[in-house]
Design a protein around this ligand. Structure first.
Ligand SMILES: C[S@@+](CC[C@H](N)C(=O)[O-])C[C@H]1O[C@@H](n2cnc3c(N)ncnc32)[C@H](O)[C@@H]1O
Length: 251
């Protein structure tokens, strides 16, 4: 069976750089959209303008954990879950060691080194990372006041199935934040399961509208934001995206 990209060494260093890289590491001579940096941390702060019990938070599809560590500044307990063993191992390791050396692409086969550090205000003692599956959520994860699903839904085989159960894990009045650039790819999600980005009976189907249809019985949509993010490919090439962030209050 083909190894998933998210289990590769390349994914681990790309995500460590994406989540924790400094402006110097990420932008050549400081050129580029600075508002697109620190995406994971900005995701971890999406709840901040709203009244909320700061007991437990879940970061579902946490990758190497920067949003989980941002959440640990405000929540008593944070659980970070990802399907990738390699990404979870890297998150756990960073929580223990606070710094890690990575190599990333400069140009062609040439690599550059960087030291990645845990943000100073992070509280690793409050964070637990575990490998797990958003398609089969585990009741042992417990109940949460805030659930973050950052750039996860368009990487799932059946996002509607995942979203149908998410309310079970949220306390009443809890908040759910979903971010996604809605980059639907058949590599991850069969077209029959896409939430948008296609015509149905000649009419465009948009992901945001489907999210409202799927979530409104259990949730009220209370905020939307554009969240830009930058994924570095090499010194002179970056992928710039704008995630749609939607914030939902459980009824
Ligand atoms: C595009 S990345 C986003 C990572 C991180 N949330 C961020 O915003 O940087 C998608 C993440 O979802 C994880 N993932 C994919 N399928 C999953 C599943 N079924 N359950 C949990 N995590 C999953 C991947 O391993 C990867 O870390």
């Amino acid at each position: 069976m083909q190894t998933s990209f998210y289990e590769t060494r390349k994914a681990v260093s790309e995500y460590l750089l994406f989540h924790y890289g400094s402006e110097d590491d990420l932008l050549l001579d400081g050129i580029g959209p600075k508002e697109a940096l620190n995406f994971a941390r900005r995701c971890g702060l999406l709840h901040a303008d709203y009244p909320l019990n700061h007991g437990r938070a879940l970061d579902l599809g946490c990758a190497v954990g920067a949003a989980s560590f941002a959440l640990s500044e405000q929540f008593d307990e944070v659980v970070g879950i990802d399907f990738s063993h390699a990404l979870i191992d890297a998150a756990v390791n960073l929580g223990k060691t606070s710094t890690v050396e990575i190599e990333f692409t400069q140009e062609g086969d040439l690599l550059r080194k960087a030291t990645i550090s845990l943000p100073e205000d992070a509280r690793p003692d409050r964070v637990q990372f575990a490998q797990g599956d958003a398609m089969n959520p585990d009741p042992n994860w417990g109940q949460f006041d805030f659930i973050l699903m950052a750039n996860l839904i368009d990487r799932l085989p059946d996002p509607a199935q995942c979203l149908a159960r998410i309310h079970e894990f949220l306390n009443t009045d809890g908040l759910l934040a979903i971010t996604s650039p809605y980059t639907w790819l058949e590599e991850y999600t069969p077209k029959s399961k896409w939430l948008g980005g296609f015509l149905r009976e000649g009419q465009p189907v948009r992901t945001r509208d489907t999210l409202v249809e799927l979530l409104e019985p259990a949730f009220e949509l209370i905020d939307t934001r554009n969240l830009p993010f930058l994924i570095r490919e090499h010194d002179r090439k970056n992928q710039y995206s704008i995630a749609d962030a939607t914030l939902w209050r459980k009824r």
